[in-house]
Design a protein around this ligand. Structure first.
Ligand code: ATP
Ligand code: MG
Length: 510
């Protein structure tokens, strides 16, 4: 051990990709035992910078030092051997294997040497110490997203990480899970670990970070004291201008029924009731927000509307047309747009180019299609227009979608869905992973769609987002609507109570 106070130092780091200068002469130093947040707009170069510490990418220029000693990693295996672990934006667990099996993946010891009893004891010990409750024998696919994340953290701790990098760990967590994660992180720093925390959620950064470094277009703009800074200062450093945290909109002028859900029931993946006799109407020209703690039927509701899940009972109509249990393609033809929560699996095709991803839902029909005769020139010019309009940061429309930064992939999906002038938009966590500037512009676009006459169903856990966009808010609890509340700040406690299952007498569902 040397006596440098820095767990990690990056000096003069530059990284280029074809057509992109992702990191430009970056200097970044993290003290031992601190929680250091890394902030920046979508595509600013945060993940790239950390992937170099983790051995996934090699720097073109510059030096990386751990505890004062220069290191050169050529794989994440090298990194973890030196005590550096990373939990990625997209989890990297094997779904068909158990928690224990995932923890030892990539270990050098041959399988038959492993003492599973000892392994499970070690896991239990780590779980208890850091508050990371999870069943070692559960298969990964059976776990919620929050539990999977705990497994990722356990895996890094088990393999000996002293420096833990977390890339947008809270993007997929419920507010309660965020509170639990923060307890774990504090426990880790108390036991000598160091944490780098990437997030777009400024409230969280202000709450948890000791230091904050802000990147803009690959360069460091500032490192500030996390305890002395404010949301407004951080937003300004990130985007280079003032950011409004609430959008302006006029009162809704709803017209005819756009989406009618009538007494719908369905099951979840495990065959248990997910929606129970649910009825809800969204009119053209209004935003109806669905509030609720994740796991109360939100995902299933979106799926059953878009033809991805079977309705056991009830009917769903879009502008008077029955779409109950129709194929996803049929619902697209009825003018239904879907912004799913899973942007990699359902939302996009990682290996197709951006241009191809943008036409995924329109190549069957003129003017682009029919499918056997695609107008490639038109595809390109439309793609370029959308990339510009939605501010997707990319060197070209021919890039495979998997190479986009997390937030830019989300913008690509939004571009495809909104540009088709849909009659109904089902938006599930539409701004997940987006930076504050992008959130502002996407929210504005959704309101513009509303004013054009689309009916919007907004599913979100973020009460600020629900209050700022919705014209009406209904609360979903255990597959049923337990109440409707006007989107007023003073009603926030009432919404919270209903989300926890308390029926509030004077409100009534539609
Ligand atoms: N393997 C790659 N090949 C080509 N370009 C890449 C690759 N990885 C990243 N990029 C590009 O480098 C830039 C920085 O991306 P990066 O993923 O680091 O951004 P980020 O700050 O993590 O953004 P976000 O907040 O959206 O996750 C982007 O323009 C991205 O498209
Ligand atoms: Mg990223």
């Amino acid at each position: 051990m040397s006596n440098t106070p820095y767990a990690l130092e990056m000096r003069g780091i530059t990284k280029r990709f074809p057509g992109v200068l992702a990191n430009d002469d970056v200097n970044f130093a993290v003290e031992k035992g601190e929680i250091h947040a890394l902030l920046g707009e979508n595509g600013a170069g945060k993940s790239t910078l950390m992937n170099m510490v983790n051995g996934l990418y090699r720097a073109d220029e510059g030096k990386i030092l751990l505890d004062g000693k220069p290191v050169k990693f050529s794989s994440p295996r090298d990194a973890i051997d030196s005590g550096v672990g990373m939990v990625h934006q997209h989890f990297m667990l094997v779904p068909t294997q158990t928690v224990s099996e995932n923890l030892i993946l990539g270990q050098k010891a041959p399988r038959f040497y492993i003492n599973y009893k000892k392994l499970e004891q070690d896991i239990a010990e780590l779980s208890r110490k850091f508050g990371l409750a999870v069943d070692p024998q559960a298969k990964i696919w059976q776990l919620s997203v929050g539990e999977q994340q705990r497994v990722e953290i356990l895996k890094m701790l088990y393999q000996g990480a002293k420096l833990l990098i977390m890339d947008e760990p809270t993007a997929v967590l419920t507010p309660q899970e965020v509170t639990d994660l923060f307890k774990t992180l504090r426990e880790m720093t108390a036991t000598g670990h160091t944490i780098i925390f990437i997030s777009h959620k400024l409230d969280e950064v202000v709450e948890i970070a000791d230091k904050v470094t802000v990147l803009r277009r690959g360069k460091v703009v500032a490192t500030v004291d996390g305890h002395a800074t404010s949301k407004a200062e951080l937003a300004r450093l990130m985007v280079g201008r003032e950011v409004l945290f609430r959008i302006k909109k006029k009162p809704a002028e709803p017209t005819t029924d756009a989406l009618v859900i009538d007494s719908v029931s369905c099951e979840n993946d495990r065959g248990l009731p997910a929606l129970r006799d649910l009825s809800l109407t969204v009119r053209s020209g209004e935003v109806v927000g669905i509030a609720g703690v994740a796991g109360n039927g939100q995902t299933e509701l979106a799926q059953v509307i878009t033809g991805l899940r079977e309705a056991k009972f009830g009917t769903i109509t879009v502008q008077g047309q029955n779409v109950t249990n129709q194929s996803a393609t049929a619902t697209i033809d009825q003018g239904l747009a879907y912004i799913p929560s899973d942007r990699n699996g359902v939302g996009s095709s990682p290996n197709l180019t951006l241009a191809d991803n943008l036409i995924l839902k329109s190549y069957r029909k003129p003017p682009i299609g029919p499918g056997w005769r695609i107008d490639l020139k038109l595809v390109r010019s439309q793609a370029e227009k959308l990339i510009e309009q939605f501010d997707v940061k990319t060197p070209s429309a021919d890039l495979p979608a998997r190479l986009l930064s997390g937030g830019n992939l989300q913008k690509l999906i939004l571009a495809r869905e909104i540009s088709r002038q849909p009659k109904v938009i089902i938006a599930v966590y539409p701004v997940r992973g987006l930076d504050v500037g992008a959130i502002e512009s996407i929210h504005q676009m959704l309101i513009d769609e509303r004013d054009r006459g689309a009916g919007i169903l907004l599913i979100s856990e973020d009460l600020d987002e629900l209050l700022s966009l919705s014209d009406r808010i209904v609360v979903l609890f255990e597959g049923q609507i337990v109440g409707e509340v006007p989107p007023e700040d003073e009603r926030i406690d009432e919404i919270g109570l209903m989300m926890a299952g308390t029926k509030v007498e004077h409100s009534h569902a539609t």
